[in-house]
Design a protein around this ligand. Structure first.
Ligand SMILES: [Zn+2]
Length: 409
């Protein structure tokens, strides 16, 4: 595969240049930066990112980046920091500074905004998701600039708002509006520092059953929408879920569905004339959002056809994106794998089974991978943490990937 920029495969990393860049990375600076960032509560709601992105801009600006903020909403600025003016490719690092709420404080052993260090780990809300990635990207950018290694292309460090609520004022807007059109995008999320070449798709579906109201004492006069939905759900569990278990891909968990919201009825003594069920569908490569809708509808319609007085509709909602995959042999993938290999890290390629902001860039045709420190299982829970070693490793890997994509010819 050849890119527009004419290199057919990842270039080997030049050890002399790598040494110059890696010499600019210090653990005290990197982990101190992460701690400072975790202490800024850029939490939903409202997801105010003003202080967090200003904090990220500061070391980049000092290192020579041109920094600016792009915002759709006043309290949700996104940092765009650019370095290098060459005619080569543009490489973008992207991660998010917004974090989910702490949940029950009694469940935390550490102050969620304290960024305390214990046994080689930094604890706090957002420590892993996603401020470890933000830190590694910012510090990698700083190291590249400080090293003085000439770059033939441009590096963009893009730290965004709104990822945890769908990216509307963050990456979705930046990608769809064309404000950011890099040649390569590296999305920082918790991949445990493995190169992830894509992410699963998502297609939320809302099933609505309509029936006929009647007095609760005379149910035969009505048609109960809740009973109709119960039959649909049982049929889906028996017929569709096993099929999804069988739809596999080596880089992802299998295809899945989870009924996560249900509502129906209006009053305790009225036969329910409406019931809604929301299904969270996650797609592996090869599945389509329309196919997902059609297969649920087919089962629901068959069930409801046997229940007089009821009707059913289905509406696709939320995400509605198919899985994305950048080919393994793409120079972006191979450059990051080569950086991991050079540093002695795991070079296994895999995929991300949750959604990321990467989907908005890959939808625009931009080659995108996902890479970052931390374990996704620790995200959004009490006592979230990230390992100091992992953050340092990611900083080095981002820096060397940027180096190999942006230097020499
Ligand atoms: Zn995240």
């Amino acid at each position: 595969m050849t890119t527009d920029h004419g290199f057919a495969s990842a270039r080997p990393i030049d050890p002399a240049l790598a040494d110059r860049v890696l010499a600019e990375i210090s653990q005290d600076e990197v982990i101190g930066f992460l701690q400072g960032l975790v202490r800024i509560p850029s939490v939903h709601e409202p997801g105010d990112t003003r202080e967090a992105v200003a904090y990220c801009a500061e070391p980049l600006r000092k290192a020579g980046f041109a920094t600016r903020f792009e915002q759709l909403e006043e309290i949700k600025p996104n940092l765009v920091a650019e370095y290098g003016e060459g005619t080569g490719p543009t490489v973008m690092f992207n991660a998010h500074v917004d974090v989910v709420p702490t949940g029950e404080l009694l469940a935390w052993r550490f102050d969620p905004w304290g960024a305390e260090i214990d046994e080689g780990r930094v604890y706090g809300r957002g420590a892993g998701d996603d401020k470890a990635s933000v830190t590694a990207q910012v510090m990698a950018g700083v190291a590249l600039a400080r090293s003085g290694v000439p770059l033939t292309g441009r590096l963009i460090v893009n730290e965004v708002a709104d990822e945890e609520v769908g990216g509307v004022a963050g990456a979705k807007w930046l990608a769809e509006s064309g404000i950011l059109k890099p040649d390569f995008a590296i999305i920082g999320e918790q991949t445990m520092n493995r190169v992830n070449v894509g992410e699963k798709g998502g297609a939320g579906q809302t099933i609505t059953v309509l029936g006929r109201a009647a007095h609760g004492a005379l149910p035969w006069e009505g048609a109960n929408a809740i009973e109709g939905m119960a039959e649909i759900l049982v049929a889906l569990r028996r017929e569709l879920w096993p099929l999804l278990d069988g739809r596999t891909h080596p880089y992802f968990h299998h295809s899945s569905a989870s009924p996560n919201l249900i509502s129906g009825g209006v009053k305790s003594n009225v036969v329910a004339d409406r019931c809604e069920l929301f299904i969270d569908r996650r797609l592996v490569p090869g599945e389509t959002t329309e196919g997902t809708r059609a297969e649920i509808l087919a089962i629901a319609e068959r069930v409801i056809a046997g229940m007089p007085g009821l009707s059913v509709t289905i509406e696709g909602r939320w995400m509605a994106l198919e899985a994305s995959l950048t080919p393994d042999d793409h120079p972006l993938v191979q450059s990051m794998v080569a950086a991991n290999g050079y540093l002695g890290y795991d070079t296994t390629i895999s995929g991300f089974s949750m959604g990321t902001d990467g989907r908005f860039f890959s939808k625009q045709g931009i080659p995108t991978i996902i890479y970052g420190p931390g374990d996704p299982k620790l995200a959004h829970i009490p006592n979230e943490w990230v390992g100091i070693d992992e953050v340092m490793a990611a900083t080095r890997a981002y820096a060397l990937t940027g180096l190999s994509l942006l230097s020499g010819r």
